[in-house]
Design a protein around this ligand. Structure first.
Ligand SMILES: [Zn+2]
Length: 265
């Protein structure tokens, strides 16, 4: 069955950005009945405890994490039309600190048990080549990931053929990688120009067509700040959610998809 998963990285350090985003996202997802997951940066959580609290008991949302300070888990060699850039990943000790601290904050402030994580920047092959990092995440209680969000140039798009997979080969048969497929919002909108809404929407529609034709899961990433940039009413998001609803595409929170996948193994 074609499935649409949308997860927002909630990561801006200014609550004047995060709060309007959270308000509008709540309205839109409730209006269209499309579930979503919030992957929250620890530093952003600390600044927005009240605004995030409203999502805790809403069955349309689940709250997961995006590390404490946005430290890359793995080094990227990012190549795009502007050149090649090295983005260094942090140490295993820092990874453990970043992830466990954020899980503790989610538990302490929101009573949320965190089992999912989006890796800052995301990486080619996710963590398939880094069982040492998977080990740390596993010890931190993480069960599902979005870290495979870059192609072989550590850039995007990632083909939608990259489908959720278990890290069994690496020794973690209970750890599920969702990837981030297609384009994340900010990278494509930057390429197209932030005002090119039609160009962006046609890319989104192509992805919906593809998952319907080929019966795929689309694991899609938006950001709090990028959802608002050049589109303060979040009309792009609204159009996408309406289209998902009108096409009758199954949409789920990552946590529910994970639990179903785990039960079906
Ligand atoms: Zn991020």
């Amino acid at each position: 069955m074609p499935t649409f998963l949308i997860g927002y990285d909630v990561e801006h350090l200014d609550p004047e950005v995060t709060r309007p985003f959270l308000r509008r996202a709540a309205e839109l997802h409730r209006e269209y009945g499309v579930p979503a997951t919030l992957f929250v940066l620890g530093q952003t959580l600390e600044r927005n405890v009240d605004a995030l609290g409203q999502f805790v008991d809403d069955p349309l949302f689940d709250i997961q994490q995006h590390t404490y300070s946005h430290m890359p888990l793995k080094t990227l060699v990012q190549r795009n039309s502007r050149g090649t850039e090295l983005i260094l990943g942090g140490s295993l000790d820092r990874t453990r600190e970043e992830v466990s601290r954020t899980s503790e904050l989610l538990e302490e402030h929101l009573g949320v048990r965190c089992t999912g994580l989006t890796g800052p920047y995301t990486y080619y092959r996710g963590l398939a080549d880094r069982p040492d990092i998977l080990q740390v995440l596993d010890e931190c209680g993480i069960e599902f990931l979005r870290t495979y969000g870059r192609n072989e140039h550590d850039w995007q798009p990632v083909p939608l053929e990259v489908q959720p997979f278990w890290y069994s080969l690496q020794g973690f048969p209970g750890l599920l990688e969702y990837g981030v497929t297609g384009w994340a919002d900010c990278l494509l909108r930057e390429e197209l120009g932030w005002d090119d809404h039609d160009g962006y929407l046609s890319e989104l529609r192509r992805n919906l067509d593809l998952i319907e034709e080929r019966d795929l899961v689309w694991s899609y990433l938006q950001h709090d700040w990028a959802s608002l940039r050049g589109d303060p009413g979040m009309t792009l998001t609204e159009t996408l959610l309406r289209e998902v609803r009108d096409r009758g595409i199954e949409a789920m929170r990552y946590i529910d998809h994970y639990e179903r996948a785990a039960a079906q193994r």
